[in-house]
Design a binder for this molecule. Structure first.
Ligand code: FPP
Length: 246
């Protein structure tokens, strides 16, 4: 599933380090999440000018339910207020909001906020902003596999559509080109597992609340310097006709 260099980028962001940001300042962890929500706004604002057309933000994993109830409740509150407050801004700026992940464990008020934001912004042409909430990459793959039929062949593109459907995304969402994780941690944590088969990975030390447009620009620049080979040979070898040699 190689992509044309002219297509817009799909960037996934693992927003990590809110708790450490707060603890370093003697603040409760939840304060870090509040500042993290400000960083979300900055990333969304900066993305279209960097050639990003799909931005997937890991806001709450299916495993995050293991956190203390108060922290979960603050995170859900921040999501709801983000959706309520930002839907008008997003609509004005051509940003389409979508939620990927399970909805059946979310509060009715949050589900309403999601549905209203999705409806209000559904025609946004500049950026597809996917918020991953109660999301698990493994569950999306399992959901897609459960829908397969033995008598119907399914190629990678078809399976990607199924994975997208299984997590309530637009089925045509492309694979992810670049995954950025903040706070120095270097793992995927069940994020976009099928979609990231050939994603470039960028790990930055910055804690998520300090992340902004400039950090995003640097990560995209580093991505653009890399050569994506999709299992083939470097372009110089291809020019020399070595692509298909053993
Ligand atoms: C990981 O940092 C971050 C999260 C689990 C939540 C991310 C949420 C936000 C950025 C705010 C709300 C989101 C939106 C879309 C408005 P951590 O708490 O695990 O940090 P730590 O590793 O330093 O403890």
């Amino acid at each position: 599933m190689a992509r044309s260099p002219n297509e817009g980028l799909h960037v996934g962001l693992i927003m990590d380090g809110n708790g450490r940001w707060a603890q370093a300042r003697g603040l409760p962890r939840t304060e870090g999440h509040g500042r993290g929500a400000d960083a979300v706004r900055r990333a969304v604002e900066a993305a279209p000018a960097l050639g990003i057309t799909t931005l997937t933000l890991y806001a709450f994993s299916a495993d995050n339910w293991r956190r203390p109830a108060n922290e979960v409740s603050v995170l859900m509150g921040l999501l709801e207020s983000f959706l309520v407050r930002e839907r008008t801004n997003c609509r004005r700026r051509g940003v389409r909001i979508g939620l990927i992940g399970r909805r059946d464990r979310l509060s009715p008020a949050l589900v309403r906020a999601i549905e209203t934001a999705e409806l209000a912004t559904r025609d946004g042409p500049r950026l597809y902003l996917r918020l991953a909430v109660d999301y698990s990459g493994r569950s999306a793959i399992l959901g897609a596999a459960a829908g397969l039929r033995a008598d119907e062949p399914c190629d990678e593109r078809g399976f990607l559509r199924q994975v997208n459907r299984a997590c309530h995304s637009d089925p045509e969402t492309p694979p992810v080109d670049l995954i950025i994780r903040t706070s120095g941690e270097q793992r995927l944590s069940d994020f976009l597992l099928f979609e990231s088969a050939y994603a470039e990975l960028v790990f930055v030390e910055t804690l998520w609340p300090d992340f902004g447009g400039e950090e995003l620009r640097r990560a995209v620049e580093s991505f653009r310097r890399r050569e994506r080979r999709y299992g083939g040979l470097p372009s110089t070898s291809r020019r020399l006709g070595l692509q298909n040699s053993a």
